[in-house]
Design a protein around this ligand. Structure first.
Ligand code: ADP
Ligand code: MG
Length: 625
């Protein structure tokens, strides 16, 4: 349990008994915590935030055999979390018992304790939820003619009466944490809490494609999903583009049945890749198997990208343990080694079958990254034409490589925090470089040049990102982005969480030059783009910005603080020259010149190494026998 939460509950308890000071004058020190406090403490383990309530309630509905589940949320769950199902319902006695601690209908025999299908049942969820909220439940079994309505307020039953309702269960959880004020205050902004709910919904929806599901937030329908296959469900949740690039995976063996989909490497994402493991119908994290999948994509992915995957394992419930983590979302397999091998074999086979396996080799100069090389080259030329190139060398930075002529240009975008005497430094440095040299580009990927102490190696892609990042960052701060209308608007399909993020940052995106119009339900139309972006990258960069903001939001960072950096980085990544792009010597010089005008040319804003050096001693060592 989180220590914070325990502190909150105890603090709150002490505050409540604060007026009753004689408590502390008694000699005996051991006393039982009142039930209400014990329940609140236990609740902290199961219910950490509104999304945990959704998880527990929807799991219960699924276990109750529901084929249709509607979820209604108000104020990101702060005010209302409601789950309506058409499952088996409860008798009036069961409805009452369901809220007692350790009450569960799901374990009847000792053998059931091992059954993962009904996994990790401890009969705690409803008791916990009732301890920290106001519950209003209406439920009826299909065989009964009258149902029951039960109201509980912070573990206290307020009323229970017969009710005319429909078969199934309709559960409303109001004012979560109303009686643990410190915990309620601890809730994050609505956008963050709702994003958590949405992600929980997505996980539930993915493991139950056969169940109809809807999600409504503040009267707005976010999702309505019909019964479907897993593939269609992925498409309905995350968009047609994602669905179209799925590659099936399957391995039907004795210890495990593996099925599901992996993403085509060409659609790997820089941030927010969709990565899901399901075990016997529940979403699980498994860092070790994650690495297994990643190992299959080695050399197939552009740097810093991650593939999507949706992989389902079916195993004998007796061979796994889910109780290694209180929220039951991590799992331990008995046959981990064997499953690892089967998983790797299955993923490799699928990548091979769909021709995205061994035939692609980055080292051979294949380039299957988004956007055409022509576009890339054009962008670089544009930059060469417009960019200011000033040379600044500070003693702390790496020594400047040799330039065979100095590069200047008309306009100044870069505002490096340069030393006042940069020109002197540059000239001094220049004098030391005796032989003027050509830059050499190797494998269309690295730029090699002699330096004062040895050899400098520059990663051209990272170098260009670094240059563009600073340029775009400054443009953002100076409100100097301009917009360019598109003759042919570009359609982008967005997932609901991307839509929500877009809603909250649309004005900022418009300020940098995007014009975004509503199109069909999960689509937007871009009618103008920031002028600095090529046509080919407008949509890609927009999605990358939204993904970046979502990642920050899910890490509970304040989105508005990080916006300039994310915008600049997404634009830079989207429009930088790629590895595998051959450059003219003029382009190389411009790039290197711009790079060295930055205050930290060797390190990019997201911590990547851009430049490395091999000193003469190391080179000498290479020649020793
Ligand atoms: P658990 O799910 O571990 O059994 P819970 O506290 O979540 O514990 O639920 C307690 C019991 O309440 C369940 O075992 C089930 O019998 C009943 N129950 C809960 N939700 C529903 C529902 N939506 N429909 C029918 N029965 C339910
Ligand atoms: Mg449950």
């Amino acid at each position: 349990m989180s220590k914070d939460f325990l502190n909150f509950v105890v603090e709150d308890f002490l505050e409540k008994i604060g007026n009753n000071q004689e408590c502390f004058l008694m000699n005996d020190i051991i006393r039982l915590l009142p039930d209400s406090v014990a329940n609140q403490i236990a609740a902290g383990e199961v219910i950490q935030r509104p999304s945990s309530v959704i998880k527990e309630l929807v799991e219960n509905s699924i276990d109750a055999g529901a084929k249709k589940i509607d979820i209604i949320v108000k104020d990101a769950g702060r005010t209302l979390l409601q789950v309506i199902d058409d499952g088996c319902g409860m008798s009036s006695t069961d409805a009452r018992l369901a809220f007692e601690r350790h009450s569960t209908s799901k374990i009847k025999t000792a053998a059931d304790l091992f059954t993962l299908r009904t996994m990790g049942f401890r009969g705690e969820a409803l008791a916990s939820i009732a301890a920290i909220s106001q519950v209003d439940i209406r439920t009826m079994r299909p065989e009964d003619s009258v149902g029951t309505r039960l109201k509980i307020n912070g573990s206290k039953v307020e009323s229970q009466e017969p009710d005319v309702t429909i078969p199934g269960t309709n559960m409303s959880i109001k004012n979560l944490f109303f009686n643990v004020p410190a915990r309620r205050k601890f809730l994050k902004k609505d956008t963050i809490e709702f994003t958590n709910i949405l992600h929980e919904f997505e996980r539930m929806a993915l493991v139950n494609p056969g169940v109809e599901l809807s999600l409504t937030h503040n009267e707005r329908l976010v999702h309505r999903l019909g019964r479907s296959t897993l593939k269609e469900r992925i498409g309905n949740l995350f968009g047609r583009t994602i669905e179209d690039q799925l590659i099936p995976v399957s391995a039907m063996t004795e210890p495990v049945r593996i099925s599901g989909f992996i993403g085509n490497p060409t659609h790997a994402r820089k941030r927010g890749a969709l990565q899901y493991f399901f075990v016997n119908g529940r979403n699980m994290r498994h860092p070790y198997f994650h690495r297994a999948v990643m190992s299959c994509y080695e050399k197939l992915l552009p740097p810093d990208t991650q593939p999507n995957y949706f992989i389902d394992f079916t195993v004998d419930p007796e061979t796994i343990d889910v109780n290694i983590h209180p929220t039951k979302n991590e799992i331990k397999f008995e046959n981990e080694q064997i499953i690892w091998q089967l998983l790797v074999a299955a993923v490799r086979e699928s990548l091979g079958k769909f021709n995205v396996g061994p035939s692609i080799d980055f080292e051979m100069g294949h380039n299957f990254m988004i956007g055409s090389l022509g576009e890339v080259s054009r962008t670089e030329k544009e930059i060469a034409e417009t960019e200011s190139v000033r040379i600044s060398v500070s003693p702390q930075t790496l020594s400047k490589p040799a330039l065979n002529h100095s590069v200047t240009s008309r306009q100044s975008f870069e505002r490096p925090r340069q030393n006042k005497d940069w020109e002197t430094l540059y000239q001094d440095n220049q004098k030391e470089i005796t032989r003027s040299s050509k830059f050499i580009q190797i494998k269309d990927r690295y730029i090699l040049t002699p330096s004062m102490t040895g050899l400098t190696i520059i990663d051209q892609h990272e170098a260009h990102i670094n240059v563009l990042y600073h340029k775009f960052y400054n443009l953002y701060k100076e409100h100097s982005f301009t917009s360019q209308s598109l003759i042919f608007p570009v359609k982008v399909s967005l997932s609901p969480d991307q839509m929500i993020m877009l809603d909250s940052v649309q004005d900022i995106l418009e300020e940098i030059g995007y014009r975004i119009e509503n199109a069909e339900q999960n689509e937007k139309e871009l009618t103008a783009l920031p002028s600095v972006l090529g046509n080919a990258y407008g949509a890609e960069v927009l999605l990358d910005i939204l993904d970046g903001l979502q990642t920050e939001a899910s890490q509970e960072n304040d989105v508005f603080n990080v916006i300039p950096g994310i915008i600049a980085m997404s634009m830079a990544r989207g429009s930088a020259i790629r590895a595998g792009q051959s450059l003219t010597s003029e382009e190389i010089e411009t790039l290197i010149g711009s790079l060295y005008s930055l205050s930290s040319p060797a390190l990019s804003a997201d911590g990547k190494k851009v430049i490395t050096e091999i000193d003469v001693e190391t080179i000498e060592k290479l020649f020793r026998v």
